[in-house]
Design a protein around this ligand. Structure first.
Ligand SMILES: *Cc1c(COP(=O)(O)O)cnc(C)c1O
Length: 422
């Protein structure tokens, strides 16, 4: 669909015919001091709270109150198996098989645990490739892995950079890096959707390229999970990690997801850190001395998990299941296309969208670069009732999320931005 129109009537009408419109009602929309709904465009940073989350958490609080330790086996949702209740829907959302997915720990921790298994440097092959604009936590994590193995973190880190006066990354440049240094590269670790530009990479293409040079390939999909179709299994990636508090709406600091490709599911020779939760479920509580590795992604768990956070994830995943991820992706493309259309209609050359214009190379986020802007622009937007995300030096990141944002939100945002820019 591309016959967008500029007037308010169009936004109103699109909201009326939106098959997913009722889902907005299932979320708490943040409000201003006078109780008016804000325009929330920051689901890429912290997703909104489903109204059902409280009940899901209360269920577990009540079972804990009434059952104590017996809740592990006698609760409505026995805690012993709680992470398993999340696996299937989560696997669907990231395009993986249930065996390949587990929810555990937090994101940067999981990135490290994956590197314990998939970054096994040798004297000759030890370098790591990341995007030059990688999320800082990811950069710090890979640098510390280099140092941990006794390598220099400057010399061992290769940055896949945009060309001069460009923001987006080109595959030719990654190919060139591999052509010249492929036999020295142990790991390629890329943000599946770049947090800054919103560029959604071709995971399969990067994986095949990396594997053809003998490198391991992993992705941080924090900005992809729940936002775009990741198709992790078919990408062939060795591993992936993501958080659940951005597009997956599970609350601040909530748990992370991890994917380990099926071909590694039964490999007991892989190096890894283990704990009692990586041990065979049948015999875990016999507390035997000898370790028996659990197959699949579950085998990377260490600890019994925080049930209250998992309850929030379950609440959110049930909303996703009801909405149907396929439908959400369809609406996402239309809504973000409309957002792009309105911004372009402004004809204001002080703003430039740095996110790819090809809908297949982005999710719902658009990153808008504003010439000569500083953080005061962000303050003005906040005063105008819009929650966005500011990135130095001059970029506003906005994500109309198909689950709870409307065409009217997008219209309202662009109108207020126009007023502020004039
Ligand atoms: C949000 C985000 C993080 C945050 O990491 P935590 O460990 O959850 O604090 C890390 N990496 C990327 C790419 C992110 O988008």
């Amino acid at each position: 669909m591309s016959n967008y129109k500029t007037g308010f009537d169009f936004a109103k009408q699109q909201d009326e015919i939106d098959k997913l419109k009722s889902f907005r009602e299932q979320f708490h929309m943040p409000i201003d001091k006078n109780g008016n709904e804000l325009i929330y465009m920051t689901g890429n940073s912290l997703g909104l709270q489903p109204k059902s989350t409280k009940d899901y958490i209360n269920q577990e609080l009540n079972d804990w109150a009434n059952l104590g330790v017996e809740g592990h086996t006698e609760g409505k949702n026995p805690w012993l198996h709680y992470h398993e209740y999340l696996t299937e829907t989560m696997a669907d959302i990231v395009g993986a098989k249930p065996l390949e997915v587990v929810v555990m720990n937090s994101l940067t921790a999981n990135l490290h645990f994956m590197m314990v298994s998939f970054y096994k440097p040798t004297e000759k092959r030890y370098k790591i490739v990341i995007e030059s604009d990688a999320f800082p936590s990811d950069k710090y994590a890979v640098e510390s892995q280099l140092r941990h193995h006794g390598f220099d973190d400057k010399e061992g880190l290769i940055l896949w950079k945009p060309r001069e006066n460009e923001e987006l990354l080109r595959y030719e440049d990654l190919e060139e890096i591999l052509k010249t240094q492929g036999d020295e590269i142990a790991l390629i670790m890329i943000g599946g959707v770049n947090y800054y530009t919103g560029q959604f990479f071709d995971l399969k293409r990067i994986t095949e390229l990396g594997h053809s040079y003998g490198c391991k390939v992993g992705f941080d999909c924090a900005h992809g999970a729940g936002n775009v179709k990741l198709d992790l299994h078919n990408s062939g990636a060795d591993f992936a990690v993501w958080c659940t508090y951005k597009y997956l709406n599970s609350g601040p600091g909530s748990l992370s997801g991890a994917f380990v490709h099926q071909r590694h599911a039964h490999d007991k020779t892989l190096n890894r850190f283990t704990g009692w939760w990586s041990h065979n479920k049948e015999t875990r509580f016999k507390m035997r001395d000898e370790f028996d590795q659990l197959p699949g992604a579950e085998g990377w768990q260490l600890s019994n998990p925080p049930i209250l956070s998992m309850a929030a994830i379950k609440a959110s995943l049930d909303v996703f299941k009801a909405a149907n991820f396929e439908e959400l992706c369809k609406k996402s493309k239309q809504l973000t296309g409309y957002f792009e259309f309105l911004l372009n209609q402004l004809g204001d050359d002080s703003i430039r969208i740095i996110t790819p214009s090809n809908p297949d190379e982005r999710g719902c986020q658009l990153s808008i670069q504003v010439k000569n802007a500083d953080k005061s622009l962000h303050h003005k937007l906040t005063e105008a009732g819009i929650i966005t995300d500011w990135r130095e030096p001059d970029v506003i990141r906005c994500a109309p999320v198909p689950l709870y944002n409307s065409y009217k939100d997008v219209f309202g945002f662009v109108e207020r931005l126009k007023t502020i820019l004039n």
